[in-house]
Design a protein around this ligand. Structure first.
Ligand code: PEP
Ligand code: MN
Length: 254
């Protein structure tokens, strides 16, 4: 049984062939969830915005073929009403962490919610936002890096999130080194570090042909690289090096 869960897939679903091909490869590696974006919140309106409804249709097809549970981002109340009962885990992206009406709507459905940390949200703001989803029921949190003064990397991965969330809440905490780093070479070391610090899972972007990825190609690793990272994570997570939380090590909050 894998101790650190893996959510993986391309930033965006680009075609039925692409997502089915990636899903089959991920199934062989044994990842836990297939993730692909259909509705993409792009900073630049000229950038590829995702395939929308078609993207969801292709993801569902990939699920049907491989049996992998799926994760995708939704951005509006209408999208949640339409798809909440078909998607296993709905991702709420960084930009929508403060969208309380959207969070309230999610709480009315049975799906799990992966709530990403806002671009510069404090822990308190993030935890408060999670409560809008039916008091925090079926919420999982995902650290994806925060804004800093230094833009050498896309964001700065705040690994202190792991002890904070493990000590102060009952949520599962996932780490997304892909959007934190914005490059390929930091994904493995940050995944290993997050594993040792006791994260529950990792969210990693992977592509069948990274140099041609329509979205976030600088951070897209290939399937072979993902397999090698997942193998190391599995090996590491079975050692005594992994920090274990007992919710007693820290007395004071904050
Ligand atoms: C993504 O997961 O593809 C994404 C856009 O992430 P974030 O909301 O963390 O920027
Ligand atoms: Mn992305």
């Amino acid at each position: 049984m894998r101790k650190v869960k893996i959510i993986a897939g391309p930033c965006a679903v680009e075609s039925e062939e692409q997502i089915v091909c990636i899903a089959k490869e991920l199934k062989k590696i044994g990842v836990n969830y297939l993730r692909g974006g259909a509705f993409k919140p792009r900073t630049n309106p000229e950038s590829f915005q995702g395939l929308g409804d078609k993207g969801i249709e292709y993801l569902l097809k990939a699920k049907e073929i491989t049996g992998l549970a799926i994760v995708t981002e939704l951005m509006t109340i209408d999208q949640v009403k339409k798809y909440a009962d078909k998607i296993d885990i709905i991702q709420i992206g960084s930009r929508n962490m403060y969208n309380y009406e959207l969070l309230k709507e999610l709480g009315k459905h049975k799906c799990k919610v992966l709530l990403k940390r806002g671009l510069s949200a404090t822990f308190e703001e993030w935890i408060s936002a999670s409560k809008y989803v039916n008091g925090g029921k079926d919420v999982m949190l995902c650290e994806r890096g925060i804004r800093s003064f230094d833009n050498t990397t896309r964001n700065v991965l705040d690994l202190q999130t792991i002890p904070y969330i493990k000590e102060k809440t009952n949520y599962e905490i996932f780490i997304d080194p892909s959007h934190a780093a914005g490059n390929k070479y930091m994904i493995e070391p940050m995944s290993l570090a997050a594993t040792v610090a006791g994260c529950d899972g990792l969210l990693i972007e992977v592509h069948n042909n990274p140099s041609e990825a329509l979205c976030d190609k600088n951070q897209a690793i290939d399937i072979k690289t993902l397999k090698s990272i997942v193998d190391k994570i599995d090996e590491l997570s079975n050692t005594k090096l992994i920090y274990k939380y007992n919710k007693k090590s820290i007395k004071e909050v904050k």
